[in-house]
Design a protein around this ligand. Structure first.
Ligand SMILES: [Mg+2]
Length: 294
């Protein structure tokens, strides 16, 4: 892991930049002399915090802040405004637009460093909390709550969406025969196999126990069918060794549903669940479909 946080300094005055570079010598600092450049820099670098001058020609710090706060990729980067104006209106505007703090010119080194350090730590803690709140602790994939949150957004934005419900077959038998720690190993192996065989923009979550779900964005039904059947096949080829000498095989059943015009996420998932039930009922280690075009 990168130990040095990256700070983006945005100021149109070279003198200020030089002072900040020397004050922030313990950090990785990248520099932009105007707002447009700053917006490019955040795409290029993994920026942890931004020091942003308010008064700049063309694009003001306020405008840069507004743009960054409006984008999902950058809205969480803490922004500290650099300002000589500490009147109520300027400060109020800075906070209103999403700035977390401000530092005043001329710079007071101890104060500036303390504010930077505090906000880096705070943002780091928030990142960790958010990660923990949205992930399944055992596998690191999304949890149920995050799945439904991301799913709502996808449902609104994506015309062609496929929901998949996945369940490890006879999982209770695996747990009963070999114990829960072994069952956990099987879950991790299944998740890894699924994760390695889905597209980057497919959402994968553990809904609970041995049950998982996918949301796949695709315009081509046939390729989705192929993808899921390949995944099913690859899982069936996996194995886990119990007590050094028992080879344990396992399989998954899959239910797939296509999004209809009037679907809510619940109704879409419900059909995928019905398809999963069909897969279970008709022998497991299968993929079944609801409302597919034929
Ligand atoms: Mg300026």
């Amino acid at each position: 892991m990168d130990t040095k946080p990256t700070i983006l300094v945005v100021d149109d005055t070279k003198e200020n930049i030089n002072i900040l570079l020397s004050l922030l010598k313990d950090y990785d600092v990248v520099v932009a002399l105007n707002g447009e450049k700053a917006l490019k820099m955040v795409e290029k670098y993994d920026v942890d915090l931004i020091l942003l001058d308010i008064v700049m020609p063309q694009m003001s710090g306020y405008e840069v802040c507004e743009e960054l706060k409006g984008k999902i990729q950058t809205k969480k980067i803490p922004i500290l405004f650099i300002t000589a104006n500490t009147d109520d209106a300027s400060i109020e505007k800075a906070f209103k637009l999403g700035g977390v703090d401000y530092v005043t010119k001329p710079f007071r080194p101890i104060e500036l460093l303390a504010r930077v350090k505090t906000h880096l730590e705070l943002s780091n803690t928030l990142k960790k909390l958010e990660y923990a709140a949205t992930r399944d602790g055992m596998t690191g994939i999304y949890n149920r709550a995050k799945f439904f949150e991301l799913g709502q957004t996808l449902l609104r934005s994506q015309k062609n969406l496929f929901a998949v419900m996945i369940d490890i077959d006879n999982f209770k038998n695996i747990n009963d025969s070999y114990g829960h720690p072994f069952g956990d190993k099987v879950i991790k192996k299944v998740v890894n196999t699924i994760r390695n065989n889905i597209h980057e923009d497919t959402i994968l979550a553990r809904l609970g126990g041995e049950e998982f779900a996918l949301l796949i964005q695709s315009d081509v039904q046939e390729s989705v069918m192929k993808e899921i059947d390949t995944m099913r096949h690859l899982v069936s080829q996996e194995e886990e060794i119990f007590a050094n000498d028992v080879i344990v095989k396992f399989t998954i059943s899959n239910g797939v549903a296509t999004k209809n015009e009037n679907d809510t996420l619940d109704s879409l998932m419900k059909r995928a669940d019905e398809a999963l039930y069909d897969a279970k009922k008709s022998g497991r280690n299968k993929v079944c479909y609801k409302n597919f075009r034929v």
